[in-house]
Design a protein around this ligand. Structure first.
Ligand SMILES: [Zn+2]
Length: 622
């Protein structure tokens, strides 16, 4: 699970563009850099058909979107950071290989995201070489959102290619496959004794292609053989250089899992990964299913559900992939580990906890690792900025074999992402336009950080069985549980003496001020959660809004409202009924005048539309 997706982006292209984006730099210079880049770019496994591409955004709109206060960089650590300087030489070497490995996930992530990303990128590069400035500006945005179709912070869909369409099956399924045809084909295949293939089609690690009038699954290890092998090779090298045997063991096992189609190897690697608490370096291959709408759609077809049940087949939404590379911050990590001891206490304070099995036992036994990390590089889904960027993640998710067979989970916090989120003039404007001046003193980044920590811990708590039955609503309800649970646990941990009254006040007020909905976005799980919470607090007096759209926050009422919503979330999870989830979300995500007023103020305060990541270390290590 990832929290608060403020997504982000990274790649060497970005460094070039950032360096070259100042006005005095000649165009020729940046174009030649891009040329150099394209020549050593990896050939994707899947080459898309040669489409005719057309740029969608006008030069005027692109210019507006690329203004410095609209397109804001997030800078990762450089060679002068103490984190990097304090590494042993062996770990510096290992870090280099890990960053190399991370780059190979990029073309894979592009392919999984949209079948036309790679051909569009090639088109942009060739146009840039011809001196097309519109293509150059489009390419900068493409690198920020990492794809043809993205979303900005105002929840507007940003489409960079004129004819690009939102596909339910993203890049996982054939471009021309509709949901209806998908269901029809699956029914036919199930009725023709092809349940084994259907199971492969509905699993989380396969690409689906047409084969005659049927469908066929290709496991990721086959589909992306070349890229996975290169990643594996770099992981093996990093394992040899690393000074830490536990880290090396994980890397070796992760490399093995990339080379053959065997989920058991992933399971083993995931279990080793989840235990890493004291390694100097951080490396993650993120496998999370946030965009596939095709696979979970089967849950909405009763006839198909019955057939699938008969054959004992579960449908798992497909994983997007990304890689995260960083250096563990010992001090930040120590603070995180203190909260772990309170997991059993928090579990005992979860609503309806007599109605489901507590899964924290495995988390406690495995000592649920939590690390605070200085990021060196991110790629793939960890790097796409689509209305936001991930500031922490708790993995593996429940759909993974490792968790299903008793493995632990591990939470990684992203220091650079959280520090960039609320800073400078944009923060002052946000406070002035949105929060009662008497409450400004309660806004703090540590308040947001504490909320994040609790959010991630609450993911470990609550029902774990049969969540797949909620279909496309699974993640939305899970995030809702984590957000509302974070408020509740603030209150509970204050009773226990872990947080002070002041910290709770700061956490609540900072979070609410920080997560005012910027628009009526009912597609993203996290944005839906924000809207549902604001609606609750606006209704119960937790938030009062003045005529000018300035909030006064009543902490006690917020905590009370959160407690009720957490109970709702657990009830929905226990119901295992997608319709119950759908109805709840629809009922509670209505857009009101107050929300519109708040969002207008927020848009005036925070002009950022998109972001992109700068990774200075990549230059050092080349
Ligand atoms: Zn989350």
């Amino acid at each position: 699970m990832r929290i608060l997706p403020l997504y982000s982006y990274s790649s060497h292209t970005d460094i070039l563009f950032h360096k070259n984006s100042n006005k005095n730099m000649s165009k020729e210079n940046s174009y030649s850099s891009i040329k150099k880049l394209s020549s050593n770019y990896y050939t994707p496994t899947f080459t898309s058909n040669k489409h005719h591409h057309h740029l969608n955004l006008s030069e005027a709109e692109l210019r507006e979107r690329l203004l410095p206060d609209r397109f804001v960089p997030i800078t990762l650590i450089d060679k002068n950071s103490s984190a990097y300087k304090n590494l042993a030489q062996g770990d510096k070497d290992a870090l280099k290989y890990l960053i190399n490995a991370a780059q190979y996930i990029e073309p894979v992530a592009y392919k999984l995201d949209n079948p036309n990303n790679i051909s569009f990128e090639k088109y942009l590069l060739s146009e840039i070489n011809k001196g097309n400035n519109q293509a150059y500006m489009t390419y900068r945005l493409f690198n920020g959102q990492k794809g043809i179709i993205g979303k900005d912070t105002q929840s507007d869909i940003v489409v960079l290619e004129k004819h690009a369409k939102q596909l339910p099956g993203k890049g996982f399924y054939p471009e021309d496959l509709s949901v209806e045809e998908f269901h029809e084909i699956l029914k036919n295949m199930l009725n023709n004794g092809e349940a084994d293939e259907v199971k492969k089609i509905l699993n989380l690690r396969s690409i689906v292609v047409r084969e005659g009038n049927k469908l066929k699954a290709i496991d990721y290890t086959e589909a992306f053989k070349k890229e996975f092998r290169r990643i594996a090779l770099n992981l093996e090298r990093a394992a040899k250089s690393s000074t830490n045997p536990q880290f090396a063991e994980y890397l070796t096992n992760q490399a093995a899992a990339l080379k053959v189609n065997d989920p058991m190897l992933d399971c083993k690697a995931d279990k080793l990964w989840a235990k890493m608490q004291d390694t100097p370096l951080e490396f993650t291959i993120g496998r999370e299913c946030y965009t596939d709408e095709m696979t979970p759609s089967v849950m909405r077809n009763p006839e198909l559900v019955e057939l699938l049940n008969k054959h004992g087949i579960k449908a798992y939404a497909k994983d997007n992939l990304g890689i995260r590379v960083g250096i563990v911050d010992k001090e930040g990590t120590k603070f995180l580990s203190e909260i772990k001891h309170y997991l059993p206490y928090m579990a005992s304070k979860m609503p309806l906890n007599n109605m489901y099995e507590q899964h924290i036992n495995s988390a406690i036994k495995s000592d649920a690792a939590m690390v605070d990390v200085d990021l060196a590089y991110v790629s793939g889904h960890f790097a796409e900025y689509r209305g936001g960027i991930t500031i922490a993640s708790n993995l593996p998710n429940e759909d993974k074999l490792a968790v299903q067979t008793g493995g632990g989970r591990r939470t990684v916090y992203h220091k650079q992402m959280r520090d960039a989120k609320f800073a400078g003039e944009a923060l002052n404007r946000r406070l002035n336009l949105l929060l009662n001046p008497e409450q400004h003193k309660y806004f703090s980044n540590s308040g947001i950080h504490n909320f994040t920590i609790l959010h991630e811990n609450v993911h470990t708590l609550g029902p774990k069985l049969n969540l797949e039955r909620l279909g496309t609503y699974k993640n939305k309800i899970e995030e809702f549980k984590a957000d509302t649970g974070a408020f509740v646990m603030f209150d509970e941990l204050r009773k226990k003496g872990f947080y002070t009254e002041q910290q709770v006040r700061e956490g609540v007020i900072s979070y609410i001020t920080g997560y005012v909905p910027k628009g009526h976005d009912t597609t993203s799980a996290h944005r839906i959660c924000d809207i549902m919470q604001f609606n609750k607090f606006l209704a119960n007096g937790g938030i009062e809004v003045s005529e000018k759209g300035v909030m006064t926050i009543n902490v006690q009422k917020v905590l009370q409202g959160a407690r009720e919503m957490l109970t709702d979330a657990i009830k929905i999870q226990l119901s295992g009924d997608a319709n119950v989830a759908k109805e709840y979300i629809e009922r509670n995500t209505k857009w009101s005048e107050s929300l519109e007023l708040l969002s207008q103020n927020l848009r005036a305060a925070d002009r950022k539309l998109n972001s992109y990541i700068i990774s200075p270390l990549i230059k050092t290590i080349k």
